[in-house]
Unconditional design. Sequence first.
Length: 210
Amino acid sequence: MSAQDLFKRDRAAAWTLERIGQLSVRDIKQLRENAQRLDEPLVAALCSQALKDAPPPRIDSRVRSRTAPRAKAGRLIARTRAFEARGVWLENRRTSWGGVRKSDGTVVLALWADAIASAQGGCSYLLWAPNVGGSRPWSDQEAGRERLQHCRLALAQGRAEGLLVHGERFAEHLPEYKAHAVHGVDRDIVVVFQVEMRGAEFWATWGRKG
């Protein structure tokens, strides 16, 4: 099935960097053209990023984990360095995925790039959800509780900043808890988003058309 057929079927819903990256370069270009024609700028932007990253051919994930860092090597830096560049010093350099900038109190959070979803003309990202029935044990750990505090603060402030983390994840684990490989943070991209509650969950949202 071509990217054109996929777009007709799914429209903008559920398009992520990870899903687009699995298409061929030709199909990504076609998807971008369709997104531009149908006024879906967020999908078009994700396609442009996927093309910029020069994704490798469809090969198994173990090979992709070795080739992906080379595609972005010039732009990726360590997570702690990326936070420090935004004026944030992490409480725990190993486990923290966010912090508060002392100069203005802004919350800055790390977002796993491939988990960003595009829908309804914007992007969304699940920041935190409760550990129901053992589904998200990370939420009850120190780093997860820290993320919850940051979500509450960002919700009260009305905005926060996001840094995009690239890597290879395990299907059975949240990347914040354990990842197959963390390649680094894109030093050139900072996302400004709002935090909203959906039931007991905290979500980051940005880019919605008015």
